[in-house]
Design a binder for this molecule. Structure first.
Ligand code: 0X9
Ligand code: ZN
Length: 296
């Protein structure tokens, strides 16, 4: 029903998630876990055989215009239910939320293709929206974030002001996944914390070496090059990101922000014929992480 030769809107993604629970009842469970500011239902998909010890939580679409992220995350889901995971589901429970900024994502289909933020109004300002990846509480507003509502990196009036990020946070607090993956675009970067400082986390070497292995698997598919490093060292300081929160407050052992294709030729407007090449190479990196977690 989804074909990955086109981008799908929010309602289509939600309908597809529901269809998985019906088509694969022995492994797929879909739960409504919240409602966006404008009233859209947010769904969590769990893929599990009931045997696994470890969990990987994967989200996409935090930034509305980064369409390749939900497309890639839904491709992972398709591969897993279609059996390309070969044994992966026995070792790892997978949790997916492919499009965690529903109002922003919908807005990019109807009003403004390059919208980034949420769609909640800012009292006293004509500008709408908060940057969801500046809105998490760990070292909130300490760098690379703005307190001005018209900014593209507006952190919000307080941590977790955005209901959509509270919904994701609350799932992470319950599930406490060993691995947290958040898919963005673009730049071809496989990044780990911290974003709020150029200091490195205690276990950065483990995160670094696993990322190197994932990128090697990715690159082997089509030759696409990725850079690996902490987000502040590979790109810029930005506090209030979900990855920093997941590694610290959320208790995940591995937290990655992956910036998918490309390197700026098309940027956020990656053509539909590049969805499959992007998704299939990233799937190899994703699988490597899952296999590692399943065995160690
Ligand atoms: O700035 C961001 O939120 C991410 N880049 S994007 O172009 N997709 O907007 C990078 C976030 C990296 N992680 C942290 N800074 N914590
Ligand atoms: Zn982003």
């Amino acid at each position: 029903r989804m074909s990955w030769d086109a981008y799908y809107n929010y309602d289509e993604i939600n309908a597809w998630l529901d269809s998985l629970a019906a088509d694969y009842p022995s492994i797929a469970t879909v739960t409504d876990v919240g409602t966006s500011y404008e009233g859209r239902t947010m769904k969590l998909l769990k893929l599990s055989t009931g045997q696994a010890v470890h969990a990987i939580f994967t989200d996409g679409g935090m930034h509305a215009r980064e369409w390749i992220a939900p497309a890639t995350v839904t491709y992972f889901i398709q591969q897993l239910v279609a059996g390309d995971g070969v044994g992966l589901l026995d070792d790892v429970d997978f949790y997916f939320m492919p499009s965690i900024n529903p109002d922003g994502y919908a807005y990019t289909f109807t009003e403004d293709r390059l919208w980034r933020k949420t769609r909640s109004p800012n009292p006293g300002s004509p500008c709408v929206g908060t940057d969801p990846n500046r809105n998490w509480s760990f070292h909130w507003m300490e760098g690379g974030a703005s307190d001005m509502p018209c900014s593209e990196i507006y952190a919000g009036p307080e941590p977790f002001s955005e209901v959509e990020m509270r919904v994701v946070r609350d799932q992470l607090l319950v599930l406490r996944p060993r691995v947290y993956l958040t898919f963005h675009s673009y730049s071809q970067l496989w990044m780990y914390p911290w974003g709020y400082t150029t200091d490195l986390p205690d276990n950065w070497e483990d995160m670094h070496s696993l990322a190197i292995a994932a990128v090697a698997a990715l690159t082997a598919v089509h030759g696409t090059q990725y850079e690996v490093g902490s987000s502040s060292n590979t790109s810029y300081i930005a506090a209030g990101g979900s990855d920093d929160w997941a590694l610290s407050v959320g208790g995940s052992e591995y937290a990655y922000t992956i910036e998918l294709r490309d390197q700026g030729q098309y940027g956020f407007e990656l053509p539909e014929n590049l969805i499959i090449p992007t998704a299939e190479e990233t799937w190899e990196g994703f699988k490597l992480i899952a296999q590692f977690i399943g065995h160690y």
